[in-house]
Write a protein that binds this ligand. Sequence first.
Ligand code: SDX
Length: 435
Amino acid sequence: MPPAIYTDKHAALGISDIRLDCPVITGTEGEQAIDVAQLRARTGLVALDPAFVNTAAVKSSITFLDGELGILRYRGIPIEELADRSSFVETSYLLVYGDLPNHEQLHRFSTLLTRHSLIHEDMKNFFTGFPPGAHPMAVLASMVVSLGTYYPDSLNVDNRAQMDITIARLISKVRTIAAFAYKKSIGQPFVYPQNHLRYCANFLNMMFSVPAEPYEVDPELEKAMNLLLILHADHEQNCSTSTVRMVGSAKANLFASISAGICALWGPLHGGANQEVIEMLENIRDDGGNVKKYVALAKDKASTFRLMGFGHRVYKNFDPRAKLIKVAADRVLSRLGIKDPLLDIAKELEDAALSDDYFIERKLYPNVDFYSGIIYRAMGFPTNMFTVLFALGRLPGWIAHWREMMLDPTTKIARPRQLYTGPTHRHYVPLEERG
Ligand code: SDX
């Protein structure tokens, strides 16, 4: 990968009698950034950019996306090719280690994942402490950070020899934790991993089989699971990935950093949206399927209603993942012989919105969350597991960014500045003298 290169361009910044020439850096895809690293030292000023809408926090070689053109590539490979030809395990290796694995590398990585799928038996006790209605995202976040208590060697991030096994343990065990959280919530016995099953089939077996009867994983569902996990696997500096980087920049261990990312993903504006989409579609169905009413509500500034699964900070064109998931939704539902009215409502909602100026002007298109829940629902997952499935998919992406940061000798602890707007200097007033 050619390094990011400095062009001969500079951005000149003039502030009163100070003139600051900031280098302009060009990335390998031609994107450009003004390097303001010297801004405060040379001018005493900081840049203010709430929600980092205009700010690149890092140089990264993992994922490239172009929101205008609807392009998404993992380590340079288009998402469409990976969705069509790769497996989630292979894509995880690509994201974390930078290239597609050869036979030996893939075999070694797959074997590691197979051999590390069990969680410590004592961790089963954690589940008894959660109430039956516990949201599985809360369970997932707490169980993942707790993995660090069983692997003390993983707590020292400078121990490079431990990094690969820690990564494999986490990618493998996260399935077991997610499936156990689901089984606990429905009062069924835990189903242990089976080493003869491939990654996604093993997860589906842990989720949906019961000890009382045989269970065969439907190859179509295994294929759909691979596709969905691949499509969710990374998305450059989104909210949860930036959270993982922020926490990891303090040299927090992988389990702690990923647990923080899980908590960020849970937010309804981020990964929690896939659960919100289904709840929104169910409300529209229960309200007589009046799509036009909800499109109007989404446009009404007096209403807090948003079209969940629509819009994106970066994509101002179709989210390429949404396109692939929409096709998969049709395929999986027809394979399963399911006619889900929510899919019809979703398509009607999409058509109505995409022909409405409000959405066209704001470039609001369906995002990754708009159709994913339809497939998850058809596969038998309960709505409150949808964001957990997003987390399973995003895990290799989070790990790739954490590892990229840990291996970068220039990494510093992240510590943004602020612009203070509070009270100026004043003194303590004794209680009896206060108004
Ligand atoms: C994910 O960053 C990533 O990469 C995230 C993600 C990933 O893979 O990691 O892609 C996954 O999080 C996808 C997004 C899932 N969230 C939702 O579907 C929730 C609904 N969408 C929105 O809340 C919103 O679109 C965001 C949060 C996704 C983006 O918000 P922005 O970029 O801050 O945009 P904004 O809120 O400033 O909206 C701009 C305008 C506003 O109107 P005006 O003030 O210009 O009049 O668009 C409107 C908003 O009111 N708008 C919507 C809308 N989304 C934006 N109006 C109605 N319905 C919506 N969904």
